[in-house]
Design a protein around this ligand. Structure first.
Ligand SMILES: *Cc1c(COP(=O)(O)O)cnc(C)c1O
Length: 331
């Protein structure tokens, strides 16, 4: 990765560590301080000391609550009174629905009509209004923008927004506060909200920590983008990591990754399933496929981590139990 060739000066990145600190203050007493777990088996196999930051145990089951809540907290009274809109079939939907409810704000979530019933039900369960669209015929962005315009709602994007990025960075801040310095930190990568917030945090708190983003092999647009020096767009990747099926990085997240992330690596779906099995059998935890990206990369790095202090963000735990069982059974 060539830092010198980066076109965006570091000073003009979308967020600074101060933004992450302020987000963390807003989340105090609202978000869970998630546990950090270790495993003698994982340490034994790698020769490293691995710290798993359990955002699968965050409110609504993923780190996305942090960014969603921070974004709604930053709206003006007037914007909050009018309501928010988001498009997502996954964790961002539930994060916005829950955060909006905590603020007493109206939330409209635009979801594909073929999204799993459990996700639609969970989003409604948090009190959001769900607007369904046909993903083969309709454009969710256009629908959301139309709702925003007609009803005065504020659109909250899943990753490419400074308040979302800063909120996501609070998971890494908390991890460093819990365990101290790390040699390397493995972070799941979709659109780059989590990774950009993490990288800004690490640079401020422990600049010696190597930050590694991890993508599904089938969807390595982030790796391609950083190598090419511009945002590369790919067709929707076929992978079990449904939270990382993004087609491209964001205009705000990409420059942060370019400047502050040391490496982007990929793992296969089979490696994700192996990691899911490890967490279920050894650590008695449900981690969703996307949540296993960082862990799978750490396990693959194996011997090269010997003697190191390694952080892994387990980003989420939302997976239908039927699907979980099918994946582990190899169907
Ligand atoms: C959204 C999500 C990611 C990817 O986060 P980005 O900020 O889009 O890079 C990773 N893991 C889980 C569980 C997610 O929900």
């Amino acid at each position: 990765m060539t830092l010198a060739a980066s076109p965006t000066p570091a000073a003009s990145l979308a967020i600074s560590f101060a933004d992450v600190e302020q987000a963390h203050a807003r989340l105090r007493g609202v978000a869970h301080t998630t546990p950090v777990l270790t495993s003698a088996t994982a340490d034994g196999e790698t020769g490293a000391r691995i710290f798993f930051k359990c955002e699968n145990q965050q409110r609504m089951g993923a780190f996305k609550f942090r960014g969603g809540y921070n974004a709604i907290a930053r709206l003006s009274e007037r914007q909050r009174a009018a309501g928010v809109v988001a498009f997502s079939s996954g964790n961002h939907a539930q994060a916005i629905a829950l955060a909006a409810r905590l603020f007493g704000t109206r939330a409209v979530i635009v979801m594909p009509s073929d999204a799993p019933q459990t996700k639609i039900a969970a989003t409604r369960g948090y009190g959001a209004e769900v607007v369904l669209y046909d993903r083969y015929r309709e454009d969710r962005q256009a629908i959301s923008e139309g709702l925003a315009r007609d009803q005065g709602l504020t659109l909250i994007p899943p990753f490419d927004h400074p308040d979302v990025m800063a909120g996501q960075g609070t998971a890494a801040k908390e991890l460093f506060e819990q365990v101290g310095p790390l040699d390397v930190l493995f972070v799941p990568l979709g659109g780059g909200g989590l990774l950009s917030g993490t990288a800004v945090t690490a640079r401020a708190m422990h600049p010696g920590c190597r930050i590694v983003g991890v993508e599904p092999e089938a969807g390595n647009d982030g790796q391609q983008s950083v190598r090419a020096g511009h945002i590369v767009q790919i067709p929707t990747p076929q992978t079990i990591a449904d939270g990382a099926q993004t087609q491209h990085l964001g205009r705000l997240t990409f420059p942060v990754l370019q400047h502050l992330v040391h490496d982007i690596v990929t793992v296969t779906d089979a490696q994700l399933v192996d990691a899911m099995r490890f967490f279920a059998s050894r650590m008695k935890m449900v981690v969703e496929p996307t949540g296993c990206l960082g862990a799978a990369a750490a396990f693959a790095a194996g011997e090269s981590l010997r003697g190191k202090r390694v952080g892994v963000i387990l980003s989420g735990g939302n997976v239908d139990l039927d699907r979980f069982a099918r994946l582990l059974a190899g169907d």
